[in-house]
Design a protein around this ligand. Structure first.
Ligand SMILES: [Zn+2]
Length: 286
């Protein structure tokens, strides 16, 4: 082979593996439970303030453009939706289209009846839990740079997908709110990106939980842990250990239930790690 050609091929393969090639943004998927990415114009202007359903929306710089990352609620009907965009000079609306997505059914058997039909005292605790969880999800931190280059928080296989219409012991329940990654109890759960710990606690359904604030309303939650290794206020970098996989709360076995939120809306966490999802899904076939 011609020496120049060899050199050229070597350069191409080097380029393909440089970090600059890695994905820095979530996967855009404008469906219920997905993320709409909407271009807002030149980033030489100040960042506009964007709202969807009265909630502030994350706006990030992508090359020389401002880009809104809009979380779309699972209950949204397909069709046109609008964001409002506010700059110092003007306010206007931009529309975007939401497409249909089919979410499968999932049937699970839970042995502990109180996890399916809670007692009145459990209901009181669940209501109290919700206050803390909602407070975490409500967090808005004004910061220009949001680390959206996520890595997978735990090594395992996908045991449950976001949005599935769930039945516990044949009773219809709320759709599945996160991505389940099954792994042996005690496996380390790592911070997938730069963030700040905003809440840790033990909750009725979610068990031992950690919530991370990534800035501008991007929040992630880690549930069913055995042990929690971080505390509220702590700043974490990618790879820092948040705790370990467990089976606390409402579970059928040890796994990480991973939630993600944008503009106070639960979205599919798989969209944060699209490049790694095929690898994790392959493990199901073994
Ligand atoms: Zn789950």
């Amino acid at each position: 082979m011609n020496r120049n050609l060899v050199k050229c091929i070597t350069l191409i393969s080097l380029c393909a593996s440089t970090p600059a090639e890695s994905r820095e943004l979530p996967q855009a998927l404008s469906v219920p439970g997905g993320i709409a990415e909407i271009h807002l114009g030149s980033s030489h202007q100040p960042a506009p303030k964007v709202y969807f359903n009265q909630q502030r929306v994350l706006v990030t710089r992508n090359r020389d453009q401002w880009l809104a990352l809009v979380g779309i609620p699972l209950e949204t009907s397909p069709g046109a939706q609008h964001i409002s965009v506010n700059t110092p000079e003007k306010s206007y609306e931009l529309s975007f289209n939401v497409s249909y997505k089919h979410y499968p059914e999932q049937h699970l058997t839970i042995k502990n009846q109180r996890m399916v039909n809670p007692e009145p005292e459990d209901e009181l605790r669940i209501a109290e839990d919700l206050k803390h969880i909602n407070q975490a999800i409500d967090t808005w931190t004004e910061q220009e740079v949001v680390d959206t280059a996520f890595s997978t928080p735990v090594e395992g296989r996908i045991s449950g997908v976001f949005g599935s219409r769930r039945f516990f012991n044949n009773q219809p329940k709320n759709p599945h709110s996160g991505l389940d990654i099954a792994a042996p109890a005690g496996s380390p759960i790592k911070a997938p990106a730069h963030a700040r710990v905003i809440n840790t606690g033990n909750y009725y359904y979610n068990g031992n939980s950690v919530f991370l604030d990534h800035g501008q309303g991007l929040i992630t939650g880690y549930f069913h842990m055995t042990a929690i290794h971080v505390r509220p206020g702590q700043v974490v970098k990618p790879g820092d250990i948040l705790g370990t996989v467990g089976a606390t709360g409402r579970v059928t076995g040890p796994h990480l239930h991973w939630n993600a939120y944008l503009n106070h809306t639960k979205i599919d966490a798989a969209l944060l790690i699209p490049d790694d999802m095929p690898r994790l899904q392959m493990r199901n076939r073994k």
